[in-house]
Ligand binder design. Structure first.
Ligand code: UDP
Length: 195
């Protein structure tokens, strides 16, 4: 197991390639895995908020997103393999999905940003199947229909861009109802991809 505590916060000592390989294996074995990104802001917030700590620690993988986590790990005497930025992981997971014919679903951000991010990914990874997408402005009342939309899309990977900690709470709350195998919380990544 790769999970360690850095300054009291859980995080996995795993490199980028390791995360992509793990995700691929989990899809093959049909074992659900949620990926959250850990950065100093979330680490500090989680130390003061047991509910957030529990939510984050429940992730299948907690990647060391920020350089702050890497630096803190050195101070605590653990050398992290490398930084795994969530915004770089998402395209790598899409590349893996395109290679295997796995469907991806994009949930979050403004409608135009969401659409542009999907277009950019398909352009970068020809053959990538974006089997569904939904902007991030969905009410509580509309959520059951969204879960149904995600499930009927047949997506194996779901990327959630609602910002933190909103996306982390949303993902853990709905993990059981969702049929997707891999979920990644990606924060502002759709905005970055959309350009
Ligand atoms: N967002 C959303 N629904 C919301 C609130 C935010 O889709 O109810 C989106 C917002 O449009 C933006 C992203 O979530 O695309 C937030 O990005 P931010 O950089 O603030 O997230 P962080 O990476 O800092 O957690």
């Amino acid at each position: 197991d790769s999970r360690i505590l850095v300054a009291g916060s859980p995080v996995d000592n795993i490199d980028m390639q390791g995360v992509v390989r793990h995700a691929e294996t989990m899809i093959q074995q049909r074992e659900k895995c949620t990926i959250f990104a850990m950065n100093p802001e979330k680490a500090i917030a989680a130390r003061e908020d047991p509910e957030l700590y529990e939510c984050l620690n429940s992730a299948g993988l907690l990647i060391a997103d920020g350089i702050g986590i890497i630096l803190a790990s050195r101070i605590h005497g653990v050398a992290f393999r490398e930084r795994v930025p969530g915004s770089e992981l998402m395209p790598k997971l899409c590349q893996m999905a395109a290679k295997n014919g796995y469907g991806v679903f994009l949930f979050g951000a403004k409608e135009e940003v969401n659409k542009n991010a999907a277009d950019k990914l398909v352009e970068a990874y020809p053959g990538l199947q974006v089997v569904g997408r939904q902007n991030g402005y969905v009410s509580e009342a509309q959520t059951p229909a969204l879960i149904e939309k995600i499930n009927s899309s047949g997506a194996q990977l779901l990327f959630v861009a609602l910002g933190s900690p909103k996306q982390e709470y949303w993902m853990s709350r709905h993990q059981e109802q969702l049929n997707v195998i891999i979920q990644q919380g990606v924060g502002g990544t759709f905005d970055v991809l959309a350009g």
